[in-house]
Design a protein around this ligand. Structure first.
Ligand code: CP
Length: 315
């Protein structure tokens, strides 16, 4: 399957997701080598355009590119000509003119990756656009669930928290649905999108009832920086009704797992001790982020001739 961009999950569909998950297994093996580096993207150049802060996404993309031997072009809004008023389009065209094969972009406005793909010949990878999509987070979440259960199909996934402002929720609903999961969105009405009729998911305000038969409990961060008004009476009340407390964890099925994309508001949507529990996969998600982003970069820029042998050695 040949795909030019990963702007949203719809650029991939089920077939693209499956291909990236399969490539991720390959790069898991590469990452376990003594020297976890292969020449698969030698000669390719990738630029990072992060207009919003990031820890996990940016560092994992940078690590992924290094492990694939790609050259990278770092762009920092705070030290660039954006500070002098240079427009997004001029910035992208300037970066493109230097010769890049892919641009990884994070921006506070929804739709920016689609705009960029009209202004450059480079492949565009969405690292998060406003409250719209975050497809590579979803791919690493799919990979984490598949590794845990063997498959995603038929699993009941409860996504709980600030769904209204969450790009992770939007991409995850699309990706989990494509992979055959049953999805329940749990949030106070004020933190659900105004109209969820087109969302392929049930909605509920009863967190405790939804947890009973869930296979995956996917907690979302309360995105206070995107909230322009007050959506809950108090954070304490929100935690009481929708926080994943230790008491709630005790009532989960034995095989259930807990996920969170990070950064976490410990003590708000998730109790401080929960991410450290054995059934919490938060650290697995971060580790899988590097592997899956290697797969995404290779999927867009590599050729099968460059795919490293799975012989467990590069010595
Ligand atoms: N999950 C996620 O996107 O984290 P960062 O904001 O740290 O990249």
């Amino acid at each position: 399957m040949k795909v030019k961009h990963v702007r949203g999950i719809s650029d991939l569909g089920k077939k693209g997701i499956q291909e990236i998950l399969s490539l991720s297994d390959h790069f898991l093996e590469v990452s376990s080598r003594r020297i976890p580096k292969v020449p698969a993207l030698r000669g390719k150049t990738i630029a990072w355009l992060f207009y919003e802060d990031s820890t996990r996404t940016r560092l994992s993309f940078e690590t992924a590119a290094k492990r694939l031997s790609a050259d990278t072009m770092n762009f920092s809004v705070s030290s660039s000509s954006v500070k002098k008023g240079e427009s997004l389009r001029d910035t992208v065209e300037t970066v493109s003119a230097m010769g890049v094969d892919a641009i990884v972009v994070r921006h506070g406005s929804s739709g920016v990756p689609w705009l960029l793909s009209r202004w450059t010949d480079a492949s565009i990878i969405n690292a998060g656009d406003g409250s719209h999509e975050h497809p590579t987070q979803s791919l690493l979440d799919c990979y984490t669930i598949q590794k845990q259960f063997g498959e995603i199909e038929g699993k009941k996934i409860v996504i709980a928290g600030d769904i209204k402002h969450s790009r992770v929720a939007r991409s995850n609903v699309a990706a989990f649905k494509a992979m055959g999961a049953e999805i329940v969105l749990v949030a106070p009405r004020t933190l659900l999108p105004v109209d969820t009729t087109s969302w392929p998911a049930e909605t509920s305000q009863d967190f405790d009832a939804s947890l009973r038969d869930a296979d995956v409990i996917y907690m979302l961060r309360m995105q206070l920086e995107r909230q322009k008004e007050t959506f809950v009476p108090s954070l304490r009340e929100y935690t009481n009704d929708f926080g994943l407390t230790l008491e709630r964890v005790k009532k989960l099925q034995k095989h259930s797992v807990i996920m969170h994309p990070g950064p976490m508001n410990r003590g708000v949507e998730i109790a401080s001790e929960v991410p450290e529990l054995e059934n919490a996969l938060v650290t697995n998600q971060v580790s899988n982020g590097v592997i899956v982003r290697m797969a995404v970069l290779y999927f867009l820029l590599g050729t099968s001739a460059d795919l490293p042998e799975g012989n467990g050695s590069n010595e």
